[in-house]
Design a protein around this ligand. Structure first.
Ligand SMILES: [Mn+2]
Length: 288
């Protein structure tokens, strides 16, 4: 099979079958991100902003693409089947990316825990893993995890920090087993996050505790930072010397974490603009 080569003028493909999808961002001259992290797409639900997501993926090719959990919403699909064409397009696009050489790592979350049976396997070039370690171009080690394993430990995270790591790890495991059991009993995942959405005052506290718990675990594992999702709240900041990155979601905020070629990390908020020039629709998600 012939490799894709660009002519000197950078525009013509030679010896390849016609490209049915020229707008997939593989064109020469475009600055390509090194890695992209997205999570909480919730494909299979009406809430998924599939159109914006598809635009974002098309416009932003990368060497690595991390799908950080809750990609397909298995719980919602079990309750009611919802799978429009556009959701198919997203899946097709991802498979096509993988075929073209983008390394795609899929880390299932709690809503797509059905995929957790397939750790170590790959589907059409998309690798499934429990978690991952991404090393940035400038040498930062980032632990990549969805984040639902922290639901059970949030409220006592501060105590657990004192009580030691063994107990902490035990509680993490307990949360996972508990929810695995619930799922076998046909009960939905018990999410502290969802529960607290009804209790707004506590929700603010929950977010902070979640962020601290995840950062704590990343440091315990010896990483410089962590990339997670789960709470649908994009954020990038340093917590006790650990870089905490949450890539947000594609239900409400349409956010992603991007690693540029020099290793610089940026949280982007995708705003669909029909007239936008390549790359111009990326704006920083949080102006702080
Ligand atoms: Mn989740």
């Amino acid at each position: 099979m012939m490799r894709a080569d660009f002519a000197a003028n950078g525009s013509m493909l030679i010896g390849l079958p016609p490209d049915d999808d020229p707008d997939d961002g593989d064109g020469a001259g475009r600055s390509k991100a090194r890695a992209i992290f997205i999570s909480d797409l919730h494909l299979g639900t009406p809430g998924c902003q599939a159109s914006a997501l598809l635009d974002f993926i098309k416009a932003n090719p990368s060497d690595y693409l991390y799908l950080v959990g809750d990609i397909v919403d298995g719980w919602q699909l079990r309750r009611r089947w919802f799978w429009p064409e556009l959701h198919n397009d997203v899946v097709q696009k991802l498979l096509r990316r993988a075929r073209k050489g983008c390394r795609i790592i899929y880390i299932p979350g709690n809503h797509d825990e059905f995929a957790r049976r397939y750790f170590g396997h790959q589907f059409g070039g998309i690798e499934v893993a429990d978690d991952a370690v991404h090393v940035t171009a400038d040498g930062k080690s980032l632990w990549v995890t969805h984040g639902d394993s922290f639901d059970g430990v949030i409220q006592c995270a501060k105590w657990l920090a004192y009580l030691g790591d063994n107990l902490y790890e035990f509680t993490l495991r307990l949360n996972r087993h508990l929810n695995h059991l619930r799922s076998r009993l046909g009960l939905s995942y018990w999410s502290l996050s969802a529960y607290l959405k009804h209790k707004v005052k506590k929700a603010v506290m929950y977010v902070t505790d979640f962020e601290e718990a995840v950062a704590h675990e990343a440091r315990r594992r010896g990483h410089d930072g962590v990339v997670c999702g789960h709470i649908h709240r994009a954020e990038m900041r340093s917590i006790n010397g650990v870089l905490y990155c949450n890539d947000g979601d594609w239900v409400e905020s349409c956010t992603a974490l991007v690693e540029h070629r020099d290793g610089r990390l940026e949280l982007v908020h995708w705003i669909a603009e029909p007239q936008a020039k390549p790359g111009s629709a990326m704006v920083p998600a949080a102006v702080t």
